[in-house]
Design a binder for this molecule. Structure first.
Ligand SMILES: *Cc1c(COP(=O)(O)O)cnc(C)c1O
Length: 375
């Protein structure tokens, strides 16, 4: 490093996320269970995954919880269990992570884009109603950034038109709507335990929950090669099993999730206090209890602000910079040609500020002061 670089180097670094703090809290307790897992060679599903399934179903208040190898697989199983396939239309928001749609596409059904709310970024249910055709069979509300979507409106719409609700709760574990955990409101709810999610595995993992015995039985079988009993395959299945070691990690993290959610809420409130009065559009909490997977602000000068923060050692994220209807691989979908002004505005203006377990108020103040100083 030259002298000049040293002089220019920021004094302080705030990473976008830091998972090491969570790991330190469970490191001692997982070691014995890892040992047991290796001793028993219980690498695929196994006793710890079973215990995790029982414990998380109790935590969420869901009758069935099925551990899988990713949130994407959870969504695929839900779409298959709902019986969706070629010719069926599924309403999805135009602003989300692309995995919201993969299951629909894998099953050969057609995602139909719908715009999102300017205030929350979640599905605009009035816009969804205009997308309905005789082929519409299901709707996938996304609890984006950790905030429940407008589930009262989603439920009413689904009831009027006989739609299956599949919740994409990948970003929103522990979020509640009218006292109910998200993921348990619709027919099926899908969670991701990707390491950076609020409850993160040490690798890839996911979960699908339901209160319906038949849907649960279908998904349990499809997850494990379509087996009904050993070596009897009733359906074309998948290998979507959760790893035994992920069951260990997730089980040890679950009891800590409530405290982690509480600390995220405090950090988010601190941001909102400290950023009040700036030109930024701050996150609005509209529907139920937000768990702040992401703290996303909006501003037309997003790229300038992002660069200004980076210069002061602050790492930020973009969730997500390209709306789904503009993705190259989705350009051929019939609804992709329409404009979705709110989704497009989110894509061009969103900026995710650092927020993670173990971040301090002092860190938040440094970020907020840097934002202010840039204006
Ligand atoms: C993370 C995520 C997924 C996919 O989960 P994976 O575990 O990464 O497959 C789906 N939908 C949303 C909204 C997500 O954030």
């Amino acid at each position: 490093m030259s002298k000049l670089d040293l002089a220019d180097a920021p004094e302080r670094k705030i990473p976008f996320n830091d998972l090491s703090i969570q790991w330190r809290q469970i490191a001692a307790s997982v070691r014995d269970d890892f040992e047991t897992t290796f001793d028993q060679s219980a690498f695929c599903l196994g006793p710890f995954v079973e215990r995790f399934e029982t414990e998380i179903s109790q935590f969420l208040g869901a009758r069935h919880a099925i551990g899988v190898n990713s949130g994407t697989s959870a969504l695929h199983l839900a779409v298959l269990a709902a019986g969706l396939g070629p010719g069926d239309e599924v309403i999805v928001p135009a602003h989300s992570f692309i995995a919201t749609l993969w299951g629909v596409l894998y099953a050969g059904a057609t995602p139909v884009f719908c715009d999102v709310e300017a205030e929350t970024g979640t599905l605009d249910v009035r816009a969804a109603e205009r997308c309905i055709t005789p082929a519409t069979k299901a709707i996938i509300p996304v609890h984006l950034y950790g905030q429940p979507a407008d589930m009262a409106a989603v439920k009413a719409l689904a009831k009027r038109h006989g739609l299956t609700i599949i919740e994409d709760a990948a970003q929103a574990i522990d979020a509640r709507w009218e006292g109910q955990h998200v993921g348990t409101i619709g027919a099926m709810g899908c969670f991701s335990f990707y390491p950076g999610k609020n409850l993160g595995a040490a690798g890839e993992a996911g979960l699908v929950v339901t209160n319906d015995d038949d849907l649960a039985a279908k998904m349990r079988s499809l997850r494990n090669h379509g087996q009904s009993e050993r070596y009897i395959h009733q359906a074309v299945g998948y290998n979507y099993r959760m790893d035994g070691l992920q069951g260990v990690v997730l089980r040890r993290k679950l009891p800590l999730l409530g405290a982690w959610t509480a600390s995220r809420r405090e950090l988010a409130m601190r941001y909102s206090e400290r950023l009040a009065g700036t030109p930024l559009q701050l996150p609005a909490v509209r529907y139920g209890e937000h768990v702040w997977h992401l703290y996303v602000v909006r501003t037309p000068d997003r790229d300038r602000l992002r660069a200004a923060l980076a210069e002061r050692g602050i790492e930020t994220g973009l969730h997500y910079p390209v709306p789904l209807h503009k993705q190259p691989c989705l350009a051929n979908l019939p609804s992709a040609g329409q404009g979705f002004p709110s989704a497009e505005a989110w894509a061009s203006q969103c900026l995710s500020l650092p927020l993670f377990t173990g971040m301090t108020f002092d860190d938040v103040d440094y970020v907020a002061d840097t934002v202010r100083a840039s204006y």
